[in-house]
Design a protein. Structure first.
Length: 670
């Protein structure tokens, strides 16, 4: 028996309150540019309530009367046709079936790499493919039916390196990007190895960490042949900071601090006195100097060429340092108090020349962005605000509200002409660098809700641990501090990469694999969202009561995949002066919102009926004026795929087949 669950019915009966709120806000403040954020927040809330309620209703209905559920979208055929008339015809469409996109990136001009996955009870892998964007043809497909978690380690013009984690093992597979054939395969014997890429040297280094041993092995990128191997005895290597790639090779911290040549595996220099601890933040390389916080704690600054100590500065006890951000004249350290002081966050500025402390800034809300130093001022973002400080004395010049959504996807702060831009998951805003006055603010409605996914992941993890006889994990405050730390480092890395690409004129060609690997670990929460998240926890608990342990694990994996995919998609959605986001227009259509940061010019492009997680992945070619979009399109040629078992394992769903679509659009030129 089949049951048609039309989302329109769910919206009419269950989303009516959210609809009324949206109307009240729109009509009561028409013409106010600052209201965009609040509208986006309300729409996101409404969309998430609808999705959750529809899922609960599906389980209830099908448990009683049905075995298969057809999932429909909201807009009518007439609405879709009317929208299609406003758009240019698609350049081409490639059928992708009911798959979700795991990643999209340009390998080179005219070559688009796409990885697919299916959201079902098995979270089965689908193929990856290379698309000729000029002709709209698939050049090759590579089957990824083997179980495991796939990620792209390296993607360059003539080679793609895939990583598959499975059964506490990791397999690396190199593909020739012109034909999709396998060049070589290498497997590790230890779980979760670290893979360091050296594309210019045409090699990778695999770092395997065991209880008291670290193994390094280098492999030629073309053949996979072993180039050299090393072993090193170390204490708690999995808890040490990850190795840092440098021009000469890499620096590791497993037995002191050592720089190793990537080509030969030989020691370039070793400093056994500098020993980072398990809680040390990632080391940083800047202008020939290496910045490390050891276990004492003390800031150690080394000459990156020789390993010679330039200076060391003891740091305050009782602070868990989370990030190092060197600038031209200062070294900014971020951290949080330990234990009872866990909700107190600090930025400490030290002189770049000798490491002596200059000032300390304290706040109850952590920064979750990169740090920008511009014209003797320092800017950073929290989950809710843009903060400007005087770089000489640390005096707060302003702290202005940028977002009230509480979504803490790593915030990017950018200096763009005469403005400071604040870029988050749902807000793109710009402020005056002197006064903090808001120039503009644009809100978007996400296709998938990060807050909801985040809380569900954590709740399911706790349920799984309890069923397996384990104790729950960290307290909320501990989690919050750790997540803020990860976000600081992800945002800093992304900012450094975008700055490098900007200086080299290589917009749109960045490797997003590192960003994805970091972003998939965790998301974060803001204190202003705690009450709302608690209510979602209760709803999530009710939905999961009937799940067995295996099904619960499947649910966690599904949420993790969506979470990772969302953050990876956002990391890819920035090019030069433009930033873009997937944007749901009400409950009917989804598309892309594009913002030109220096001027604040905003454009939204409807691309497909809003449906499931379709529409999350989009890449924009600004030169050609084309959006490469995963979704249903407006062509009206919608067909159902074969039924699949949902992640709950209780019912079967039938989804529409999706497409990869090249949609021409008119993007403003500046």
């Amino acid at each position: 028996m089949e049951v048609d669950l039309r989302l329109r019915v769910q919206i009419r009966h269950l989303g009516i309150r959210a609809t009324r709120r949206i109307r009240a806000i729109r009509e009561g403040t028409r013409g106010d540019p600052a209201i965009a954020e609040k509208l986006g927040r309300e729409r996101g809330m409404k969309a998430f309530i609808v999705r959750l309620t529809a899922a609960v209703a599906t389980v209830i209905v099908t448990a009683c009367v049905a075995s298969t559920v057809n999932l429909y979208f909201s807009p009518s055929a007439e609405q879709i046709q009317a929208q299609a008339k406003k758009m240019k015809p698609a350049l081409w469409k490639i059928p992708l079936g009911p798959a979700s996109v795991q990643e999209m990136q340009f390998l080179s001009p005219g070559r688009l790499f796409v990885g697919l996955k299916r959201i079902d009870s098995t979270m089965s892998n689908r193929e990856c493919l290379l698309v000729d964007t000029e002709q709209g043809t698939v050049l090759w497909r590579f089957n990824r039916e083997e179980q495991g978690d796939y990620n792209t380690v390296l993607a360059v013009e003539n080679m793609i390196l895939l990583r598959r984690d499975h059964d506490s093992r990791t397999t690396l597979t190199a593909l020739d990007s012109t034909e999709g054939r396998v060049l070589w395969t290498v497997s590790s014997s230890s779980p979760s190895p670290v893979v360091l890429s050296f594309p210019e040297e045409r090699l990778i280094v695999v770092v395997e960490r065991e209880d008291r041993l670290v193994r390094f092995s280098a492999h030629d990128l073309q053949s996979g042949n072993s180039l050299w191997n090393r072993e090193l005895k170390a204490s708690m290597p999995r808890q040490m900071p990850l190795p840092l790639v440098v021009p000469e090779g890499f620096v590791h911290f497993y037995a002191g601090t050592e720089m190793v040549s990537g080509k030969t595996g030989n020691t370039i220099w070793r400093n056994t006195e500098v020993k980072p601890g398990p809680q040390s933040p990632p080391a940083q390389l800047s202008n020939g100097a290496l910045f490390v916080i050891d276990g004492a704690p003390a800031l150690q600054v080394l000459n990156a060429s020789s390993g010679q100590k330039l200076f060391a500065e003891p740091l305050e006890q009782g602070i868990l340092f989370t990030n190092i951000s060197p600038s031209r004249e200062m070294i900014y350290l971020r951290g949080a108090g330990a234990w009872r002081e866990a909700n107190k966050f600090r930025i400490i500025a030290l002189r770049r020349s000798d490491g002596k402390p200059v000032w300390t800034y304290a706040d109850s809300e952590p920064s979750v962005s990169n740090i920008v130093e511009e014209d003797k001022r320092v800017y950073f973002g929290t989950a809710t605000a843009l903060v400007g400080l005087d770089s000489a004395g640390g005096k707060q010049l302003f702290k202005v509200t940028a977002s009230t959504t509480g979504r803490t996807y790593p915030v990017q702060v950018r200096a763009t002409r005469d403005k400071i831009a604040y870029i988050s998951e749902v807000i793109i805003a710009a402020f005056d660098p002197l006064s903090g006055k808001k120039h503009y603010s644009h809100g978007v409605t996400p296709v998938q809700d990060l807050d909801g996914l985040d809380i569900m992941i954590r709740k399911r993890q706790e349920e799984l641990a309890q069923r397996q006889g384990q104790q729950p994990g960290f307290s909320w405050s501990q989690r919050y501090g750790q997540e803020a730390a990860r976000y600081q480092n992800v945002a800093s890395s992304s900012y450094q990469r975008s700055s490098l690409l900007s200086s080299e004129g290589k917009y749109g060609e960045s490797d997003i694999a590192y960003a994805r690997a970091n972003a998939a670990r965790n998301s974060s929460k803001a204190y202003s969202r705690m009450a709302f998240q608690s209510s979602l926890t209760e709803l999530g608990t009710a939905m999961a009561e009937g799940l067995k342990t295996a099904e619960l694990q499947g649910t966690i994996e599904m949420f993790r995949f969506l979470h990772s995919s969302i953050l990876a998609a956002y990391q890819a959605a920035e090019e030069g002066d433009y930033v873009y986001r997937p944007n749901a227009k009400g409950t009917d259509f989804t598309g892309v919102a594009v913002v030109h940061m220096p001027t604040g010019t905003y454009r939204h492009f409807n691309l497909s009926p809003a449906y499931a997680d379709y529409g999350l992945w989009n890449l924009v070619d600004f030169k050609k004026g084309v959006i490469y979009h995963h979704g249903l399109g407006m062509g009206g040629d919608y067909t159902f795929a074969e039924p699949f078992t949902a992640y709950t394992g209780m019912i079967k769903h039938r989804k529409y087949n999706s497409f990869l679509i090249a949609q021409p659009v008119d993007i403003p030129k500046f």
